[in-house]
Design a protein around this ligand. Sequence first.
Ligand code: DP6
Length: 395
Amino acid sequence: MSDSKVYRSTTTAPVNIAVIKYWGKRDTTLNLPTNSSLSVTLSQQSLRTLTTASCADSYSGPDSLILNGEEEDIQSSKRTQACLKNLRQLREEIEAKDASMPKLSKMSLRLVSANNFPTAAGLASSAAGFAALVRSIADLYELPQTPQQLSLIARQGSGSACRSVMGGYVAWRSGTMEDGSDSLAEEVAPVSHWPEMRALILVVSADKKGVPSTAGMQTTVATSSLAPARFKDIVPARMAEIEKAIHDKDFETFARVTMQDSNSFHAICLDSWPPIQYLTDVSRAAINAVETVNRKAGKLVCAYTFDAGPNAVIYYVEEDSHKVAGVFKNHLPNVAGWDSEFGAAIKPNETGGLESKTVMTLKNGVSRVICTAVGGGPEKVDTHLVDESGKAVEV
Ligand code: DP6
């Protein structure tokens, strides 16, 4: 008897921003890193990917993915194929043990995905994207695997995605095995341990697109003479230091290590050949502003970090909102983004004392702000992006 049902499962997954950066692969197929890394998962109220995984006997053609309304070519994406293959295999195993289970592993997958933030924001969405893809298919297939086991699959989609399968403070252990079986995510602390962590993202308009991270890391591993010391000694020491700082809720150490590691990552980029530069004058103005705020406070109350682009992510704790985010709100009142849940409560702080040149550069270069906080991991929801007949829902 043919099965006319459309099977569906929908998940949201968060963005994460690393405080100890992943930059370098020891295996490019499996996405095995040269060093461990650590990130803060950000609230899904501000930034999340929503993905519906569906399958049906009636679906014809190969697996497909619609992302933000556009059909993606997933057949030629080795990374997506690796994730789908792993997940199907796990489903086949449970179908083989229980003959009464519908044979979902034999059906085509129809995946529909949407971000709640503009693509133009220039925020790397691959982490949330692959975490949502893996989690939604795992739920569709009713797989028993834990988030940690699923992180092994998400990692093959995009390295940083393995850290988006969990909430709170998440480490990605580099591992040593050649098959990557010990290169996985681990919760360092849940959101509830240190829920006061906040992040202010200054979205900077980039004139031209920078070097994509996958290619950039390859260049760094092949050519930077500073990178081996970072991989071997610097990052392991910093991982230990920042994990202790998180356990102790010691913001000053957290902030110092975060800024040092961002600088170290951008230093090995500049040390690569050809050199890679992600920071712009606007990024450097954000660094100046953070340094001024910290100097005025007489201690570290905020920390900047930058990924493979010019956007600044500024971490601080809630009780310092006025001292930190208030200064930026005072100088950038007309920039979009302050009206969000976390941003509305921030009062402009007129005592900021930023240099006028720094203020000018930020005013001209910051296109929007995102006010957010540490948040939880992927969540199963009922707002499906595929209807009961298998049609993609317009978003
Ligand atoms: C600078 O995870 O995007 O954001 O594994 O090649 O997909 P691939 O790279 P990706 O790199 C992220 C690099 C980073 C640092 C970090 O998130 O740790």
